[in-house]
Write a protein that binds this ligand. Structure first.
Ligand code: GLN
Length: 310
């Protein structure tokens, strides 16, 4: 039987369903074939209960939503000092694929833009780990967070690799400044495999609830990460998760969040819940149009803005 929460979530989806504005990402050829009308939502509470509506079991590639979780894994594996030496925590206010680094340190500004995420992937496991080990580490970590075995979508992965000039340019730039030391093509393969993990909003809501729950998994009860790692990750999401619309997002919605080009969008509300929405059409910043509207609605209706209600 559906709960009143699920009735409410279904009603929120219905209120944005007719909005067909925006466009699916097509710079990754395989993403252009996405079922653009799909719309789903899931919300996971600290006791592990998942409430869902719409296309909650449709799978899509995690894309940039992998970035906060990979950052958390790097913090666990290498500690905050090592991570901080290579990746900053300042909002860049720039597009996700901008070719930019901090002026003095030459670090990527934060782990949510591609330059920072390619670097973060190279921090996984240990300084001398191999490429497969790092991919295995993120896949296993994401699976632990989702509480089920997640797989890589090889079609999307191959498609993105066939048109990866921008990320290759970023990796070359990073190696030029000594931020990464691996061969750039290998760095991009690892990062793109990380982006190609296939998830549903149900998975993402559970993954996100562990962040919201200070690192304790809401379903298994395991401590997956220290509270300090969860806090650092959510703080960076709040500052930079929505790229060049991070300020607009935080003032209107007020929830630490992360979007992905396949149309996923997550929000972690500390101490309360993890939320995920899927709708493939994107706005010019690369954020899901209907996903953003759904979050704005939830934030208003339920007083979720971290800075207080209006
Ligand atoms: N894999 C994508 C890329 O590197 C992720 C971008 C995104 O989701 N914004 O371009």
């Amino acid at each position: 039987m559906k709960s009143p929460v699920e009735d409410y979530l279904a009603e929120v989806l219905a209120s944005v369903r007719e909005d067909r504005s925006g466009a699916v990402a097509d710079y990754i050829p395989e993403l252009a074939t996405a079922p653009a009308d799909r719309l789903g939502i899931a919300l996971c509470t600290p006791d592990g209960r998942v409430y869902a509506a719409g296309d909650a079991d449709t799978t899509f590639t995690i894309q940039s939503i992998s970035k906060p979780f990979a950052y958390a894994a790097a913090l666990i594996d290498r500690g905050p000092e090592v991570v901080r030496r290579s990746v900053g925590v300042e909002p860049s206010g720039e597009a996700f694929n901008e070719l930019s680094l901090e002026k003095e340190s030459r670090r990527p500004k934060n782990p949510m833009i591609n330059a920072g995420a390619i670097t973060t992937h190279q921090l996984l496991v240990s300084a001398d780990a191999g490429g497969d080990e790092r991919v295995h580490r993120v896949q296993a970590f994401f699976s632990q967070l989702a509480n089920r075995e997640l797989v890589i979508d090889e079609d999307v992965c191959a498609s993105e690799l066939s048109s990866a000039d921008r990320n290759l340019a970023l990796a070359h730039m990073l190696r030029n400044y000594g931020i990464i030391d691996v061969e750039p093509h290998r760095a991009v393969v690892g990062y793109i495999r990380q982006c190609s993990v296939s998830v549903s909003v149900r998975d993402l809501a559970v993954m996100c609830a562990t962040l919201a729950n200070a690192g304790r998994h809401p379903q298994t009860g395991e401590t997956v990460m220290d509270a300090a790692v969860a806090r650092q990750t959510m703080a960076v999401m709040a500052a930079a998760g929505m790229y060049d619309s991070a300020g607009e997002w935080f003032t209107t919605v007020g929830i630490p969040a992360k979007s992905g080009v396949a149309g996923g969008l997550i929000g972690a509300l500390p101490g309360q819940c993890g939320i995920a929405v899927f709708s493939p059409r994107l706005d010019p910043h690369g954020n899901s149009v209907r996903g953003t509207r759904v979050f704005a609605r939830l934030s208003d209706d339920m007083g979720m803005h971290l800075m207080g209600v209006e």
